[in-house]
Ligand binder design. Structure first.
Ligand code: VGL
Ligand code: ZN
Length: 194
């Protein structure tokens, strides 16, 4: 598989936040490994002046997904907290478009498109193909890829730049299978044509 990047392509980084990295409150196993992988994609996209979007989980302190409110997760990514910050080693360009999601107490949102301006922003930027990587494969990456496909974007899953929570063993692999079945093309950095 060889993919030549062109105008209309965008890189979407999903939730590269401290709480999802080792030491964070909802650490994704080996989640830190996506940072250098995504930095390689960032270098290529920036070199071609293609747009970059970074989503972030941005919850109120009493968000419904937290255990104290009956949800399934430990508190994580509280808006403005240290744990909600982007990984410092991520080479996020200052012109990246930041998308905050799941900001309302009463509703969770795993997709970067849900309740955000992401679709509008991408359409206005002329984006037709979305290259998606980040955390976690089986939650926010899966739901962001599903929505991207449903909204008509040709969608590429960056296999070397995603990691899963795996609440149940195999969740990440099942999520990858589902994304491919829905039409996402799974690629790795070596698949990008020079
Ligand atoms: C996520 C669990 C809870 C994610 C967000 O970014 O995949 N997972 N909130
Ligand atoms: Zn969350």
């Amino acid at each position: 598989m060889s993919v030549r990047l062109l105008a209309g392509d965008a890189l979407i980084l999903v939730d590269i936040q401290l709480d999802f990295l080792p030491g964070g409150s909802l650490a994704v196993p080996r989640g830190d490994e996506v940072v250098p992988a995504l930095n390689r994609y960032l270098a290529v996209f920036r070199g071609l002046t293609l747009p970059v979007v970074a989503t972030r989980d941005w919850h109120p302190p009493d968000h419904c997904s937290f255990r104290e409110q009956g949800g399934i997760w430990p508190p994580h990514c509280v808006a403005g907290s240290d744990g909600a910050r982007f990984a410092p080693l991520l080479d996020l360009p200052c012109e990246a478009h930041i998308v905050s999601k799941a900001t309302a107490r009463e509703k969770d949102a795993y997709s970067g498109f849900e309740g955000t301006d992401l679709d509008d922003w991408l359409k206005r930027a002329g984006v037709r193909r979305a290259f998606v990587g980040g955390l976690a494969t089986d939650y926010c990456v899966l739901n962001t890829v599903r929505d991207a496909l449903r909204l008509g974007y040709a969608t590429f899953l960056l296999l070397d730049a995603v990691r899963a929570v795996d609440v149940q063993a195999g969740d990440g692999e099942r999520a990858i299978d589902e994304m491919r079945r829905l039409g996402a093309e799974a690629i790795e950095i070596g698949d990008l044509a020079a």
